[in-house]
Design a binder for this molecule. Structure first.
Ligand SMILES: Nc1ncnc2c1ncn2[C@@H]1O[C@H](COP(=O)(O)OP(=O)(O)OP(=O)(O)O)[C@@H](O)[C@H]1O
Length: 251
C-alpha cells in the first residue's frame, strides 16, 4: 500500500489508558505528521512515557493490568494489529532505563540484537555516525572489542551516545527519546542535537521531557500533558506567549 504523505503518521483518537484500574491517559486526540519535531512536556507522572509506550504497544509488556480504550494508528492501521517487530523497527523508543540495561550486554551482542550485524560489518554510514558521536575510538581496534564483555565500564555519556547511535542506525520512521537527553552536559547535547537535526526528511522526532528549554531550538511543535490530558498543543512561539502570560503557572 502506498501511504499518502499528507496523512498523519500517527493518529490517536479518544485514547485512554488504565493501569491497575487508574486512568493514566485521558481521551487523548493527536495527529503526528512527517517532518515534525515534537516536544512532549509535562511534570512527573503526567503520562509522557505512558503515551509514547502506547505508540509501540509497550505498556502491556512492562506492566500488568493495563487496558487501553480508543484508537492509536500507525500509518492508518491500529498498532495493536501490527506485528510488533515491524512496529518497533519503524518506531524506536529510547528511555534512560536502557542505559542500565547496557551494563548487562556486550557490545557485540548489542549490535547483533539491535542492528543484526557484527562489529566487523559496520557500514560507511555507521562509521560516519560513530565519528559524529565521538564513539569511533571505541570501535577503531576491532580486536579490543572482545574486552567489552559488558559496557558497565563505559562512561554514561558514551553509553548515551551509543544508544543514540543504535536508534539512528536503525533508521526508523519515528524516533522517540524519552527523557534521555535531560541530564547530559551542554557540549554533548549540542553534538547529539546536530546529529539528530541532520536526519533526512520523512521522519518524526519526539522528545519527552520535564526540561522544556533544552529542546525548544529543535522542536516545531509543543504538546503539554498534565495529569494524563493534553492541555496545550501548538508551536513553540505560541507556547512562549502563553508561558509569558503565566498560563502554565501550575505546571
Ligand atoms: N505500573 C503502574 N501501575 C499503576 N500506575 C502506573 C504504573 N506505571 C505508571 N503509572 C502511573 O501512570 C502515570 C503516568 O506515568 P508516566 O511514567 O507515563 O509519567 P511521566 O510523565 O513519563 O513521568 P516522568 O517524568 O516521571 O517520567 C503516573 O501517575 C504513574 O504513577
Amino acid at each position: 500500500m502506498i501511504y499518502e504523505e499528507d496523512k498523519p503518521i500517527i493518529e490517536v483518537k479518544d485514547f485512554s489508558l488504565y493501569m491497575n484500574n487508574i486512568v493514566v491517559l485521558k481521551s487523548i486526540n493527536l495527529r503526528l505528521y512527517n517532518n515534525e519535531s515534537v516536544l512532549i512536556y509535562g511534570e512527573r507522572n503526567s503520562g509522557k512515557s505512558a503515551l509514547l509506550r502506547a505508540f509501540v504497544h509497550l505498556n502491556e509488556e512492562l506492566f500488568s493490568n493495563v487496558y487501553g480504550k480508543g484508537d492509536i494508528k500507525y500509518r492508518g492501521k491500529d498498532v495493536r494489529e501490527q506485528e510488533k517487530k515491524y512496529l518497533r523497527s519503524n518506531i524506536t523508543y529510547t528511555e534512560p532505563q536502557y542505559l542500565q540495561n547496557l551494563n548487562f550486554i556486550s557490545l557485540k551482542e548489542l549490535l547483533k540484537v539491535s542492528l543484526g550485524i557484527s562489529p566487523h560489518a559496520l557500514s560507511y554510514d555507521h562509521i560516519s555516525l560513530l565519528k559524529k558521536l565521538d564513539l569511533m575510538n571505541k570501535f577503531v581496534d576491532l580486536k579490543s572489542l572482545k574486552y567489552y564483555n559488558d559496557l558497565s565500564n563505559w562512561s554514561s555519556a558514551d553509553k548515551l551516545s551509543l544508544l543514540i547511535f543504535i536508534s539512528l542506525a536503525r533508521n526508523p520512521n519515528i524516533f522517540m527519546f524519552d527523557s534521555i537527553l535531560d541530564h547530559i552536559d551542554d557540549v554533548l547535547l549540542k553534538k547529539i542535537k546536530d546529529v539528530i537535526s541532520d536526519i533526512n526528511q520523512n521522519r518524526v522526532l519526539i522528545f519527552a521531557t520535564r526540561n522544556l528549554f533544552r529542546y525548544l531550538d529543535i522542536c516545531n511543535r509543543i504538546i503539554v500533558l498534565k495529569e494524563g490530558k493534553i492541555i496545550f498543543d501548538s508551536t513553540p512561539k505560541e507556547f512562549i506567549i502563553n508561558f509569558k502570560q503565566d498560563k502554565f503557572r501550575n505546571l
